[in-house]
Every structure is written in C-alpha cells, then in structure tokens.
Design a protein around this ligand. Structure first.
Ligand SMILES: Cc1ncc(COP(=O)(O)O)c(C=O)c1O
Length: 425
C-alpha cells in the first residue's frame, strides 16, 4: 500500500486555468473531460500486474463504468487482449461494435428477460447467470454448451453499503448453500463446460479483502468440482478494485495484490495442469475513474441556514453523491491546492433537495463564475447522468497530447424530445 501524498494524477490539467476556460468556451459547462494517458497508464499497470501472476488470465473491462466507445478504444489500445464485462444488451452491442472477441467477454445480467437471455446466448460470450431461475428461463430457449453462475458467498464489502453486492441483503447471486444444485441442474441437462463468477462489492482498497475473497471463491469452486466431477474453464472474481477518492487514502498496489492472489490461486490449482481454470477479473472503476473529471462553473453562492455553492453541474450530471453519499474531491481550477476558507454544501440547479455534490465540505473561496473540477468522475459518471428536469446531458471530451477531442456532443433539448414523435400541435 502506498499513501496518496502525491497530487491527483490530473493535477496538471486542473492547474491550467487558460485551458479550462478554452474548453468551457468551446464545449460548454458542465463538461466531462478524460485524459487518454491516464486511461492507458491504468490499463497497462493492471494488465502487467495481473497477467504475470496466473497461468491463464483475462481482464474483462466492466463497461457499466463508462461505455463511451472512444474510451473503450483507448483502453483496447493499451491492452490489446482486453475483454469486456457486459450487463445489458446495450453493453454487449458496444463490445461487439468494437470487435472484442466473444471469448474475451462475460455477460452478467440479473432478473434477465427471455429476450435478454437470447441476445446474450446468441452473441457467443461467456454467459453468467444470476440464479437457477434464470437458467430455467434460458433452457426454454436453448440448453447452452457452457454456463456460469454468480456466487453469493454470504459476505461482501464495498466502499459504502449501497455498493456491497453480496451477503444476506444483496439481490445478486446464488447463496453458497444452493450453488451446487444450480450446476447439477445444468449438468443433468447436458451442459458440458462451466465457469464460476463472483462480485461482492465496489471500491475496495484493502488488499487483504481480495485475498480473503479469492480464497472463499476457490474453496467453493473446489467443492462444486469435487461434488459434480466437473472442472471450471474460468473463474471470475469480479471487479471492485478501488481508487483513493480522498487525498489521505492509499491507492491499491496492484503488483503486490496480484502477486498475493497468485499465491492463493496456486494453493488450489496446479499452474502446469491443462485443467487449470483461467482467472478473470472485471475492473471498471480502477481503469477509468481517476482519468475523468467534470468541469463546472459556479452559478451562485447563497447564505441560508448553511452556505451553498451552486454549480451548473448537479445530481443530473453526477448522481453518485446524491444516490449514495459518494465523496468526490472538488478542486478550484487554476488553484487546485488553494487553502480552504469555508465549509459549504455544493449543489446543482435540480429541483430536489438531495441535489448535492458535497455536504459540509471545506473548500477554498469560490465566487460566481469560477470554474471547478469534480474529480474522479470517469467511472459511473456520464453513464448514470440523466435528463431530469429536462436538462441536457453534457458533452464528453478526450484530452490527447494536450488537445481536446469531442467524443460525445452535448445533448440538445430537441434530442430529449426526439422519441416523442410530436410535431408541436
Ligand atoms: C458483475 C460486475 N462486474 C464488475 C463490476 C465493476 O466493479 P468496479 O467498477 O468496482 O470494478 C461490477 C460493478 O458493480 C459488477 O456488478
């Protein structure tokens, strides 16, 4: 573990007031800005650390974090063997459009409709089902040659409760006590090839947790293999690799982490056996979160019972703080290290009292017209933005060699109504 005493990886971009004003002028605010170099660094760091530690391995980028095809192209450029983790027909579509081979992709839905199951099955990707009830729906369409089930090992861990995806309160996966029956059902139908998947939570920075998790998954995998006489072709331990959203947090040392996980893996599987399963991981946040930020302008400052700083970005632009109290650093453009002078709530212009980007946050002096950066918005940012209050979703820009390239235009108000087929009468 290394302590994050170093500045944010995008500090230089945030320091450049002239560039930020130019971008605001050309593309408007709020604006999603991504840095191509940081996307590449994150991807190659993870690939180098991961692939060396296991006999067979596959990184499946979790498209739910950010599905912009230009971002995906940058990631693919940094790791040509990158695959995708898809959780909807839309994510599958964009993986296919980018020609990611199906054997490098995994599809994990939940409460899937028959249409969704058919789309995933026909695509030829590894199909990972949330429950045996999903399998019963699937076999009405066709019995697949290969299947995987999502394990709920009975515990989970996430940065905050809303992003814990396993354990007794989680809607995902099959309890450990029931999972052998799910595989038996498929085996009795003639399914011949198997995978196992598990995803227990997001935003974890504790390497010890991943060690505990992989041991638990592999223990269950062994139980299933021994009970049913099957061998797994792949085992996915999901995503959940966190980033330091706060200045005083430690970043994950992925080299050390995967070295430790490699040792765990070797306790269960012989490195040289042809039957050794491939280990999959499904990182989303780790690859893209700190490579993106939102550029936003202060639209108003108000003294009420509390002091409010109002921005042109709100919960419609970045919902994570309002949805689950997520913390995103807010830096003043041009002066990212300016001393704090006030405690404020940062809000947008949405007609909801939960419209907050920060609560009781110590920030430097901010006046109307100032530009700020809402950091670490590259994951679960734009993909969760909404046109609520009939406000347009912002543009997205990719910075490469100091030059901006628009990778999605700002939605227009007409775009919002485009599907209504209404001519104004
Ligand atoms: C099945 C699955 N895989 C991967 C991920 C990616 O998680 P993260 O962005 O924390 O790496 C998620 C996120 O919820 C998920 O549900």
């Amino acid at each position: 573990m290394t302590l994050t005493t170093t500045p944010h990886p995008l500090q230089q971009l945030i320091s450049d007031r002239v560039l930020a004003e130019d971008l605001a002028c050309e593309f408007g605010t709020p604006l999603y800005i991504y840095d191509a170099d940081r996307l590449r660094d994150n991807t190659s760091r993870m690939e180098n650390a991961f692939s060396g530690s296991f006999p067979k391995s596959q990184i499946c980028y979790a498209l739910k974090a950010n599905s912009n095809p230009h971002i995906l192209s940058v990631l693919l450029g940094a790791a040509s063997s990158l695959g995708a983790d898809c959780s909807s027909p839309g994510e599958l579509y964009i993986a296919q459009r980018l020609n990611i081979p199906p054997e490098r992709c995994i599809y994990t839905g939940n409460y899937e409709s028959p249409e969704e199951l058919k789309t995933a099955l026909d695509s030829g990707v590894h199909l990972n089902l949330d429950d045996s009830s999903s399998y019963l729906r699937l076999r009405k369409i066709s019995v697949p040659k290969e299947i995987s089930f999502r394990l709920n090992p009975g515990f989970g861990k996430g940065r905050f409760p809303a992003i814990v995806t396993a354990g007794r309160e989680a809607k995902f996966g099959i309890p450990r006590e029931k999972i052998i029956d799910a595989y038996r059902l498929a085996q009795d139908d003639g399914v011949e090839r198997f995978g196992l998947q598990c995803m227990t939570g997001s935003g974890n920075l504790d390497p010890g947790y991943f060690v505990e998790l992989l041991s638990a998954i592999l223990t269950v995998a062994r139980e299933i293999e021994e009970s049913l006489g099957i061998t797994f072709e792949y085992i996915s331990m999901g995503g959940g690799f966190g980033i330091p959203y706060k200045l005083d947090e430690s970043s994950l040392d992925v080299s050390e982490l995967f070295e430790s996980l490699g040792k765990v893996f070797r306790k269960f599987y012989d490195r040289n056996s042809p039957d050794t399963p491939a280990l999959f991981i499904e990182p989303g946040k780790y690859l893209v979160a700190d490579a993106g930020f939102i550029l936003s302008r202060v639209t108003g400052v108000k003294e009420s019972y509390k002091r409010f700083v109002g921005l042109d970005a709100g919960m419609n632009t970045l919902i994570r703080p309002a949805l689950y109290n997520a913390y995103h650093r807010i830096l003043k453009i041009g002066e990212p290290e300016a001393p704090t002078t006030q405690t404020v709530d940062v809000t947008g212009g949405i007609c909801e009292n939960s419209d907050r980007l920060a609560v009781d946050r110590d920030l430097p002096t901010l006046n109307e017209g100032d530009l700020v950066a809402i950091m670490d918005a590259g994951a679960y940012g734009y993909v969760m933005a909404t046109p609520y209050n009939t406000r347009s979703r912002p543009a997205e820009v990719l910075m490469e060699n100091g030059k901006p390239r628009m990778i999605r235009k700002k939605e227009t108000i007409e775009d919002i109504f485009a599907g209504c087929n209404w001519n104004g009468d």
